[in-house]
Design a protein around this ligand. Structure first.
Ligand SMILES: [Zn+2]
Length: 187
């Protein structure tokens, strides 16, 4: 459980540190709103979901071609700057007799997004969970995101997009499989 009162106190201190008058009308409720906002954006810290349960509902199916869920939108939080990074994930696997519902793949992306994160780790965590839970012949995860910490501060590179990928099994070994995946996500 998050300590909202503590978060409110903390943000009030930040405002005071900025030299702001925390009692003026526009700011009086801001610490409470900010605490609620973080609670929502970082719900993965408190929702009590166990990562091993995310993909536990599986079905036996003799399908052995690529399954791809493309353009899964997400919002995550850069743990270095506490500014959001926003983008989409593409998740594919080649089953080994076991499949999961597509919505479970989307939930897995959200599970890892809704916490203080770095994009590289999130990409790897999604791929590794699918590998561990489904033992498929291959897993591919590509994440593309715009980082507020790059677009609104620092180098201010508007429109720059960061790509990360984690390829396992057939996607790593077979150039043909990888090419098929890349063509599908960019098509
Ligand atoms: Zn950052």
């Amino acid at each position: 459980m998050m300590d909202l009162a503590k978060m409110e106190d903390g943000f009030r201190l930040i405002l005071e540190g900025m030299g702001e008058d925390v009692h003026r009308e526009g700011l009086i409720d801001t610490p409470r709103r900010v605490a609620k906002m973080y609670q929502e954006l970082l719900v993965g810290l408190t929702d009590g979901v166990n990562e091993d349960d995310l993909l536990s509902t599986q079905f036996t199916e003799a399908y052995d071609e690529m399954i791809l869920l493309k353009d899964i939108p997400f919002v995550s939080m850069c743990e270095h700057h506490f500014l959001p990074f926003i983008g989409k994930a593409h998740v594919a696997y080649i089953p080994n007799d076991r499949i999961v519902g597509l919505s479970k793949l989307a939930r897995t992306v959200d599970y890892y997004a809704k916490r203080p994160q770095v994009q590289e780790r999130m990409t790897r965590q999604i791929a590794e969970l699918i590998q561990k839970q489904l033992n498929p012949k291959g897993v591919a995860v590509v994440v593309e995101a715009t980082h507020s910490c790059m677009t609104v501060r620092g180098v201010k590179k508007q429109g720059s997009v960061m790509f990360t990928s984690q390829l396992l099994g057939l996607f790593k070994r077979s150039e043909k499989t990888r090419a098929e995946f890349m063509a599908l996500i960019h098509g």
